[in-house]
Ligand binder design. Structure first.
Ligand code: FE2
Length: 273
């Protein structure tokens, strides 16, 4: 077995575990049309398994393999960065196998199988996004040599986890942290509080983020092609050197050079601090 991989043990899930998946799944599927990016919505069908409830990773992986050569493997909680990058670079997505308890239906700190599989897997069916995820893993392995993981992690955060994408002129969701969250699926598009800024690689990699609440800034890409091309075409060694000389930016910052789509009030963040 590759680094940190465990068996999913699908047979050990209880009826309550499967019922929680089905409840979360139907709630998000009902609210995401018109909000999530078309590529995400198209990918959801890959999760409709032959058995109800939490997807069996073996069956899911067979489908993903056929689509884009990806697979899903189970891990126990957070794994070391090198193992994480190594999996992505080899087109393996690592997922938690546990599912949240009923009391945590709207919020939990540690990603569970619903976040990991519902949030991340549909876009792995998209060939361009699938390539981006692999490129990110390869970039992560290189970033380790430069001591720049914290900069690269921000790219993952503001794209894979909390990214917005323009679709026919409107903003739509694609970040897994948003589409798997009932509250943030509304907040990220409709609330006056957060900034929505055009994606720019260096800008994103300077920006701090919060892990414990809705984001204060979302970055908007124009297409997955743009994201993939920038990642493949950028020479990250001089970029990391440059980033070391630049100050980190607060999560709520708006700079004179930013492409501002919405300047947020930050009222939500202020009320919560
Ligand atoms: Fe995630």
């Amino acid at each position: 077995m590759q680094g940190c991989v465990i068996r999913q043990d699908w047979n050990l899930y209880t009826a309550a575990d499967h019922a929680m998946w089905d409840r979360l799944f139907s709630r998000q599927v009902a609210m995401l049309p018109g909000r999530a990016a078309p590529a995400f919505l198209e990918g959801i069908d890959v999760l409709r398994m032959s058995k109800p409830g939490i997807p069996d990773f073996e069956e899911l992986s067979e489908r993903l393999q056929r689509a884009t050569g990806w697979s899903v493997v189970a891990v126990r909680g957070l794994i070391p960065e090198e193992a994480f990058f190594e999996h992505l670079a080899n087109r393996r997505f690592v997922a938690a196998r546990f599912i949240r308890a009923p009391a945590q239906i709207d919020y939990l700190q540690e990603p569970d199988v619903f976040h990991d599989v519902f949030g991340h897997v549909p876009l792995l069916v998209n060939p361009v996004f699938a390539d981006y995820m692999q490129a990110y893993g390869e970039g992560g392995l290189r970033a380790m040599q430069f001591g720049s993981i914290h900069h690269l992690a921000r790219l993952y955060w503001y794209t894979v986890e909390f990214g917005l994408i323009r679709t026919h002129g409107a903003l739509t969701l694609y970040g897994a942290g948003i589409v798997s969250s009932h509250g943030e699926s509304v907040f990220a598009l409709d609330d006056d509080s957060p900034n929505r800024l055009g994606f720019e690689l260096t800008r994103v990699m300077r920006t701090k983020y919060r892990i414990d609440d809705f984001q204060q800034t979302y970055f908007v890409i124009d297409s997955f092609d743009q994201l993939l091309r920038q990642t493949l075409d950028t020479d990250f060694a001089p970029l990391y050197a440059n980033l070391r000389s630049l100050a980190d930016l607060e999560a709520s910052a708006v700079l004179p050079g930013d492409r501002v789509i919405t300047r947020g009030t930050q009222a939500y963040a202020r009320a919560r601090s």
